[in-house]
Design a protein around this ligand. Structure first.
Ligand SMILES: NC(=O)c1ccc[n+]([C@@H]2O[C@H](COP(=O)([O-])OP(=O)(O)OC[C@H]3O[C@@H](n4cnc5c(N)ncnc54)[C@H](O)[C@@H]3O)[C@@H](O)[C@H]2O)c1
Length: 286
């Protein structure tokens, strides 16, 4: 997709990766709507970005909030070409010790929030019939093991990748879906997550460690550039940090080794292949 003059909506666009992406899209001639729960920050960021940027209020935890945003954007621009579901939060406890309400929160924002934006905007983009792209921001945590304390976050990001893998086979030919899988980016993720966390018990000590860690991450502008290039190319998976390929390869090697041991390929192994069975049933039904 050539981004020039395209209408792009970015959830969580007020800071971090969303804002870096906004800069990259504006640099390519796009118009961006920064939709964020922190509407003051979104307005300030849009003012800094200039006339091709505007801000809107959004809470990805509510379907109605997305409907209101979509009504506003379609009334203003008449269409949406690129919908980027980027808003997310990060918890950070061991799996065994995470309270259920914290799991509900992470899943509600990171997986259901992405589904809500994908569904509300995607249905309107399907009717639009002009080429359009949904880009959902997952993480390196969608591809393998990154670190202790990220189990629920990793579950939400694996969910985004799995959901989109099916979605790409359901969309009409004029639509594409991309999943960005960045690694560490210098952003406000820990602090901005506290806006909606059910137990905002983040200690000063934890914040200080998180600040030092995130400060070592890639600049959001660099990550935004790489994701924008992936959107232009319409690739399904958009990697950002080169070393993550080793994490994905470790996962794949473990799968391949397990299959070789427990379920090696036989001549008739495809007899349970769901796609082939469905084709056969369709043929039988005429
Ligand atoms: N920073 C990283 O290292 C990293 C790595 C991989 C993936 N990610 C993902 O990138 C995405 C962007 O995060 P970031 O790192 O740029 O952090 P960030 O805090 O800088 O940006 C997140 C934005 O989302 C907004 N937001 C949070 N909850 C919201 C809600 N309910 N409704 C609307 N907006 C909401 C915040 O106000 C903030 O502006 C997230 O999905 C995150 O999981 C981040």
């Amino acid at each position: 997709m050539d981004i020039d003059d395209k209408i792009c909506v970015i959830t969580g666009g007020a800071s971090g990766i969303g804002l870096g992406l906004a800069k990259a899209l504006i640099g390519r001639g796009g118009h961006v709507v920064l939709a964020d729960i922190n509407v003051t920050r979104a307005h300030d960021a849009a003012a800094d970005l200039g006339p091709r940027a505007s801000a809107a209020a959004l809470d990805v935890r509510y379907l109605e909030s997305f409907e209101t945003l979509a009504d506003h954007v379609f009334a203003t621009f008449g269409r949406v070409d690129v919908m980027i579901n980027n808003a997310g939060v990060s918890g950070g406890r061991g799996v065994l010790d995470t309270p259920e309400e914290e799991i509900d929160w992470v899943i509600d924002v990171n997986l259901k929030g992405v589904w809500r934006g994908t569904s509300v905007f995607g249905k309107r983009m399907r009717d639009q019939t002009t080429p359009s792209i949904i880009c959902n921001v997952a993480s390196e945590n969608a591809l393998g093991f990154i670190n202790q304390g990220l189990g629920i976050y990793a579950g939400s990001k694996h969910g985004v990748l799995g959901m989109c893998d099916v979605l790409r086979h359901e969309l009409p030919p004029h639509m594409r879906v991309c999943v960005a899988c960045p690694g560490l980016v210098n952003s406000d993720l820990t602090r901005s997550s506290a806006q909606t966390a059910p137990n905002p018990r983040i200690s000063d000590k934890y914040l200080a460690v998180a600040d030092r860690m995130f400060a070592l991450g890639m600049a959001p502008e660099e990550a935004g550039e790489m994701i924008a290039k992936g959107i232009e190319r319409e690739d399904f998976i958009i990697p950002v940090h080169p070393h993550v390929v080793n994490i994905a390869a470790t996962r794949w090697q473990e799968i391949a080794d397990s299959f070789a041991t427990h379920a090696p390929m036989q001549v008739d192994s495809d007899k349970y292949d769901v796609m082939k069975l469905l084709s056969r049933l369709a043929l039988e039904d005429g």
